[in-house]
Unconditional design. Structure first.
Length: 250
């Protein structure tokens, strides 16, 4: 009896170890190191995807990356953080919608509170007051919502300019775009500037992470993306295949 209880305790502890909190992109990339070759069967269009990947790399190297470097050099770190907070606040609107559609009403209530607090006390999102008040930030999009609605992911897909995706996530990008408040700015030059700054700010934040990429860059990014999506769809609950019987056999 005591032996069985000890075994069950070990299994429970093992499962808890798989509840991984990933809040930084660094952890996203490190996940791909755990399972080399993980996504090969998910990538039947690899030949086409690699060609699009090469195009995206060319565009990034000679256009986007130099702009990101210049932005990173000119922008003081506190200002960069405030800009990121503003875009995070705008993104919380779409996150609220997706949590409602997924039936996660408690999370949706928190998302609505984050938008209200950060848009007022946080001065249009410049300051992330909500997080300091204990309101957790979530990460939801329509690709995840479609997954909750039992839509299959489809093959891995590299999109021109936009990068890694799946067929399901590619369709999800359409309603995601309409969920962003900045889309409804009437002044087109201002709207485009807001979009452009978001892209440059995001790219600048990823500059230091490139050093973590090892081996074939295409495979690294593919595996990292697919594992990250799996993690998000499962809300961080990643269970192993071990059972008490497995441990007894060992």
């Amino acid at each position: 009896m005591g032996s069985n209880l000890d075994t069950e305790t070990i299994v429970m502890k093992k499962k808890k170890m798989f509840k991984i909190n990933i809040y930084m992109p660094v952890a996203i990339l490190l996940l791909s190191l755990c399972n080399s070759g993980y996504a090969i069967e998910e990538d039947p269009w690899e030949g086409m995807n690699r060609k699009i990947f090469v195009f995206n790399e060319f565009f990034d190297k000679y256009f986007l990356k130099p702009i990101a470097h210049t932005y990173d050099w000119l922008t003081p770190r506190p200002v960069d953080n405030h800009i990121t907070h503003v875009y995070d606040n705008l993104q919380d609107v779409g996150i609220f919608m997706n949590n409602v559609l997924q039936g996660k009403f408690e999370h949706a209530f928190t998302d609505a509170g984050r938008v209200l607090v950060n848009s007022t006390l946080g001065v249009a999102g410049i300051f992330d007051v909500a997080t300091n008040l204990g309101m957790e930030k979530h990460e939801e999009d329509f690709g995840q919502t479609f997954a909750v609605w039992r839509m299959g992911s489809g093959p891995y897909l590299v999109l021109p300019f936009l990068g890694p995706s799946t067929v399901r996530d590619a369709f999800g990008r359409i309603p995601d775009a309409y969920a962003l408040p900045q889309r409804y700015l009437d002044h087109v030059p201002t709207r485009n500037s807001v979009y452009g700054l978001d892209i440059v700010d995001t790219r600048a934040d990823l500059l230091k992470l490139e050093k973590l990429i090892q081996g074939d860059k295409y495979s690294f990014i593919r595996d990292a993306y697919l594992q990250r999506r799996e993690y998000l769809i499962a809300d961080g609950e990643i269970e192993d295949d071990f059972t008490a019987d497995d441990l007894d056999e060992e």
